[in-house]
Design a protein around this ligand. Sequence first.
Ligand code: HEC
Length: 178
Amino acid sequence: MKKISVIVAALMVPGVAMAWPWSTDMMNQPSIKPQEGVMTPFPSRSVPVTGIPTKVSNREETRSMVNPIAVSEASIKQGRNLFKIYCSACHGRVGKADSPVSSKVGAIDLTDGYVQNDLSDGWLWGTITFGSYVMPSYGVVTEQGGSNDLSVEERWHVVNYIKHALVKDAAAAAVATK
Ligand code: HEC
């Protein structure tokens, strides 16, 4: 009787109860897990099935590019989210160049006429893609660093946000902090 109560007590301790030879974790299985082994290279000349291919190789070539993504609520919303994540650290939460590091890195106000009227959609996209003088790139990895964190479409969403909602957001933020 004593023996049985010891076994029952042992079974109630999770560590012991799980230690049976047949209690294996479902993680341990013969399938190949993500990042495991050597990735099969893509066949040469393969192209992604999603996304918009681009042929530009520097910012100069982007100046006259036409924005393929229509301005919509959804595009602006996505652009706003990405802007907060990737741009606000230097350019401020609503582009006013008022973040703690804005003046240190020399980030410019993105709500002023220079950016809003003088820079084309293509140039904005090109600046995000290839970076600027101090500003890092978000579409290509270059010798200066940078990243390809933002997809082609995501960069256009950020452009739509800058050109069609940033000024409004900045005005609303200014009222809210008065
Ligand atoms: C690490 C800081 C930093 C981050 C992050 C950053 N920028 Fe900049 N950006 C700058 C600086 C500094 C300048 C001005 C100097 C220069 O042109 O490099 C600038 C300039 C610009 C310009 C003006 C380009 C021109 O032709 O004068 C645009 C547009 C711009 N940034 C957009 C963005 C967008 C959109 C993002 C987010 C995807 C972003 N920046 C993220 C630092 C940054």
